[in-house]
Design a protein around this ligand. Structure first.
Ligand SMILES: [Zn+2]
Length: 180
């Protein structure tokens, strides 16, 4: 890792408009204690903010590192429960042609929800923090989280996937009126 890793608690969330969110993230070499430390900091940040996923560019590190962590919480009451999964150098190997619409939010885009089309399932490969390659199949909301975080590694946010501005809502209204 070329950048100096700050302590986990000093990580700050990159917000829409910051250049790091538009860059293609670089591959990480593993194992690397600094990458493990960064992943730990990302996990804590995600937990603090009630997120169900986070990508390294969101904490100002343009590295191909992300966490998916579906669990029910105030932001996503219907989310399935899973152990947080740290994924380095992820790739989409295959995906369903069938897609479904669903609401997404993003720690880097505060205050806005958007309805976005995502595949029903994805087959992905990734490295764990030891550098071991894994293959797995993700479906439904977990596949959606993966695709959302994977987009961050490609310099995209969910706003780039919103096809109609009428699919955008203020989070405050979304929480008050529910999703349709
Ligand atoms: Zn995001």
């Amino acid at each position: 890792m070329s950048q100096t890793t700050p302590s986990p608690d000093s990580l700050t969330i990159a917000l829409l408009g910051e250049a790091v969110l538009r860059q293609h993230a670089g591959a990480v070499q593993l194992p690397d204690p600094q990458v493990s430390q960064l992943a730990e900091g990302m996990r804590r940040k995600m937990d603090d903010q009630g997120g169900v996923g986070i990508a390294a560019p969101q904490v100002h590190h343009s590295l191909a590192l992300m966490i998916i962590a579906s669990r029910p919480n105030a932001r996503y009451p219907d989310a399935p429960q899973m152990e947080p999964l740290v994924m380095a150098n992820p790739r989409i190997e295959a995906q369903s042609t069938e897609q479904e619409m669903g609401w997404e939010g993003c720690l880097s885009v505060p205050g806005i929800r958007g309805r976005v089309c995502r595949p029903l399932w994805v087959e992905v490969s990734f490295d764990d923090l030891c550098g071991q390659r894994h293959h797995t199949r993700l479906k439904g909301f977990v596949a959606r989280i993966f695709c959302h975080e994977f987009d961050h590694l490609c310099g995209l946010t969910f706003l780039d996937r919103v096809e109609d501005n009428r699919d955008l809502m203020a989070t405050e209204v979304w929480l008050r009126e529910g999703q349709s």
